[in-house]
Structure formats: C-alpha cells, structure tokens
Design a protein around this ligand. Sequence first.
Ligand code: G1P
Length: 299
Amino acid sequence: MSYRPIRKAVFPVAGLGTRFLPATKSVPKELLPVVDRPLIQYAVDEAREAGIEQMIFVTGRGKGAIEDYFDMAYEAEATQRERGKDLSALEGTRLSPGNAVFLRQQEPLGLGHAIWCARDIVGDEPFAILLPDEFMKGAPGRGCLKQMVEAYDKVGGNLVCALEVPMADTPSYGVIDPGARDGALTEVKGLVEKPAPGTAPSNLILPGRYILQPEVMKILETQEKGAGGEIQLTDAMASMIGSQPFHGVTFDGRRFDCGSKAGYIEANLALALDREDLGDHIREFALAELGVSGIAAAA
Ligand code: G1P
C-alpha cells in the first residue's frame, strides 16, 4: 500500500533555552554547536536525508539568527573564495530557495500550540516534527527520521519515535502506553504527557520525532491546556489513537538529550571521538584528564 509522502517538517525552535543561560542570552540554543555544526543543522540534515522538501521553523522573538544561519553567508563565502579556501564546511547550510518557511509563535503556550502555528503551511498532508535539542545520531544514511519514514511506508498513519529510559526519568517526557511489538514497531495504545512519578504506563518515552496526519491540527485548534498549563502535542496525539493507526518506532542509533548540559557535553564528546581530525587528540586528552594512560586503556 502506498501512503501520502512526507514532504514537510516542522521544527519548533521558539523555546528560550534558559537551561543554557548565559550562553543563550543572545544566541538561540538551536545554534549552539556540537563540535562545529549547530544543533539545528543536524536536525535539518536528518530531515533532508529522510526526503523532506520543505522545512518549517516555528521561531519566536530573539531567534532571528536561525533564519540568517540558513541564508547565504555572502561575506564568509566571498572571503573564503578570494583566499582560495575550501567552502565545504558550509555545505548543506543554505536551504533551497522557497523551501524554508519561518513563522513565529508569539507566546510560549506549549509544544502543541507551536505546531498548530504551522497549520496553514502544513496544509492537508502528513508531516514530520523534529525537536532539534534531541540529537538523534544514526549510522551514516540511517538517520532517525529516515527509519521512521521507512516504517511509515509500511504502516501509514501516525508514528512517534519510542525510546527506553530508566523508569525514574519518565516524569520529564511524553510516555507511551504500549501494545503489541513487532520488530522495531510498537503499537501505541495511549500517550501521557509528563506522568507523575510512579504512574507512567511504561518506560518508553517520546524523544521528539513524529510523523503525524494533518487531523492533529484540528484537535490542537480547540484543545484545552494540559501538563504544566501548556497546550500539549502529546494530548492531541492521544485523542487520535483508535481512529487512526498509531505506532512507536524504536530507533537504531544513539540519542543525546542536548536540552540538558550533560547530554550536550556527551554529544560533543561522542562526535569529537568519531571525527578523523579530532578523535585521537580528544581520546588522549580525555584519558589523561581521567588519569588513565592511553597504553593502560588499550591494554
Ligand atoms: C517535549 C514533549 C515531550 C517529549 C519531550 C522530548 O517536552 O512535550 O512529550 O517527550 O519534548 O524532549 P519538553 O522537553 O518540551 O518539556
């Protein structure tokens, strides 16, 4: 069976990033680098790899630098070119003309409200959502959204990425009430946003990747506030369960919660260790910091 293709992705980037103050006082958190690429770039690359054609950014006040980031860097490009320098570092940073949309969420009313702000641009077709501070690192060519689109091509409907975490962490996330599991696919019987400690239906959380049918926008339109007094995407999705297919997809890869300092530093370390130009140096440095000599560690 063939389902309508996923051509559009929404990136909610209006959040204030208070956990990273003062770094985020004048720089959007989505532009903080992991090694040398901003977080938002990894999410856009992931979307592009999954076949997304139109990138929709829901921004807010003080986030204009994101729009500039995806534009042509005229001065940098001209200077590099004049000096005969390589421009490959800028690859993929300019979005195709007409394929990027920036709109604003004027008030921080919740993730569901941010998504709803994109309703007219999304229109009547299924779409993806990527939360850029959740950094999902797959094998080359095997990004998280790509894996989800492959699953979508088999089952259609709505899909969320599903990730196992320690039970004690569940109150910070949207949590799945799981049904039958078949390989990487788990039936979603229910969803709850930020359950009180000890009440989560499972330890399968939503790490910020979604493929949703456009009907979710209609639900968000009239939705009451949920957890934390915010309009929650999780609540809107929960009310579609039963009337449309709903599955969780287990991602084959690593997830770094770059909304937290620890996760952000872990992502930097993991990516630096993976890099040909940095890996050996960083490994030596980290081992020395820990008081382990390279020879001892290798033995
Ligand atoms: C949001 C979602 C939550 C999801 C989380 C992933 O919460 O509401 O369902 O699990 O992102 O990071 P937030 O972190 O914005 O509170």
